[in-house]
Design a protein around this ligand. Structure first.
Ligand SMILES: *Cc1c(COP(=O)(O)O)cnc(C)c1O
Length: 390
């Protein structure tokens, strides 16, 4: 990660095909477009790669989450369970629909704790939204069992874990709906963009309509199309989709590179007895975009994080103090609660999350690093960590 590191001729070729026709919009203009349907083509490729029945491209990952929730008719007053460790897009999408984000602890997987989810369910709960952070997944089997028991929607945010699997299924395809982001720093990028995948035809039609002002996309005259529901504009452009086509083709190569580099780093860090690794649920296979590990205490994690930075090791993240990814710094969301616009239980005791996130450091695995560079980097990291621990 990220996909922009290996951007090249294939992406240019796809974009030029769009520019040659001048049709930058994904719908209509059949006569002008010389049979170029890049968004359609990328949706078909996603359907194939993710082994699902339907895919809907949209303008971003945040849009994908919003469209996915809307497609299942989640709305005003409905409670959606989401993790304390995620990206702000999780609650932005929920709030955009007038629904209520209910924050729930993460465990040693750095994703939703199934036990904590179960405790948070009320008679208003409609959906559970696990976020597969930093390349690895939530315990989907347990979450699905909980969702089945309580008749809740399981919506996977796979924006950071595209290409990983669980029980042999692509992440995003296990739940009722799955979402991807193709923003500029994701494993594959289209500049901006996102996708919703599902096996549910009803959700697929709603997603298609909702993301384009409610257009039913039936017939050849856009102006004469019907509006089946109230929607918005979350369309992707043909230019973005064109880049996405070339990047999706490279996804498996990217993951193979990331796995090799990740393994070098993990083997090196595993020689330090005080270091433990993030738990990957049984049957899960990561996409290896990050290596996440734990130090024995918050204090040591902070020291190691600082020492790594001072030692010139970039792209390692200490999420506990991050403004965008961890609940502690979401003052703008907390303000909603303080003003009475969000129920008080949205911020309760998250000591379980703190136990893990305060001790965690996640290191990005860059596609551009050679094996030699990764080995040197790993050696340097081991030396720095050992010095802090000594
Ligand atoms: C990037 C990201 C999103 C949002 O994607 P955008 O395309 O940037 O809107 C949502 N969830 C997670 C976990 C992400 O990492």
């Amino acid at each position: 990660m990220p996909g922009f590191e290996l951007f090249g001729e294939q992406e240019k070729k796809e974009v030029l095909e769009v520019l040659d026709t001048g049709v930058l919009m994904r719908y209509g203009f059949d006569g002008m477009r010389n049979n170029q349907w890049k968004a359609k083509e990328l949706e078909v490729a996603l359907i194939k790669r993710m082994n699902v029945k339907h895919a809907q491209l949209v303008s971003s990952g945040t849009a994908a989450l919003t469209v996915a929730l809307a497609s299942a008719r989640i709305g005003k007053g409905d409670e959606v369970i989401m993790p304390t460790f995620t990206f702000v897009a999780s609650f932005e999408a929920i709030l955009a629909l007038g629904a209520i984000p209910v924050l729930v602890d993460v465990d040693d997987t750095l994703t939703l704790s199934p036990a904590a989810v179960e405790k948070a369910i009320t008679n208003k709960t409609k959906a559970v939204m696990p976020v597969h952070m930093c390349g690895s997944m939530a315990d989907l089997k347990s979450l699905k069992a909980i969702c089945n028991t309580h008749k809740l929607l399981l919506l996977e945010d796979a924006c950071q874990a595209i290409g990983g699997t669980y029980e042999g299924k692509p992440l995003g395809s296990y739940g009722d709906l799955g979402c991807f982001s193709f923003d500029f720093v994701k494993t594959i990028t289209s500049g901006e963009g996102g996708a919703v995948i599902t096996n549910n035809e009803n959700y697929a039609i709603n997603a298609d309509n909702y993301s384009d002002h409610g257009h039913d996309h039936i017939g050849k005259d856009r102006g004469a199309e019907q509006h089946t529901l109230l929607g918005y504009n979350f369309r992707i452009s043909e230019l973005h989709a064109a880049v996405g086509i070339a990047q999706l083709r490279k996804l498996d190569d990217f993951i193979a590179i990331q796995q090799k580099r990740y393994t070098i780093l993990q083997n090196a860090l595993a020689t330090i007895p005080e270091i433990t690794f993030r738990r990957v649920p049984d049957t899960g296979v990561e996409n290896y975009s990050f290596l996440s590990f734990y130090l024995p205490s918050e204090e040591l994690a902070k020291k190691v994080n600082k020492a790594l930075k001072d030692g010139g090791i970039d792209v390692c993240f200490y999420w506990f103090d991050n403004n965008w990814h961890y609940y502690r710094k979401w003052n703008h969301l907390k303000a909603l609660q303080e003003s009475g616009d969000l129920p008080a239980y949205s911020f309760s005791d998250f000591s379980l999350s703190d136990t893990y996130v305060s001790r965690n450091i996640s290191c990005l695995i860059k596609l551009g690093w050679t094996e030699e560079e990764m080995k040197l980097r790993a050696e340097k990291m081991v030396a720095i960590v050992k010095e802090v621990l000594a």
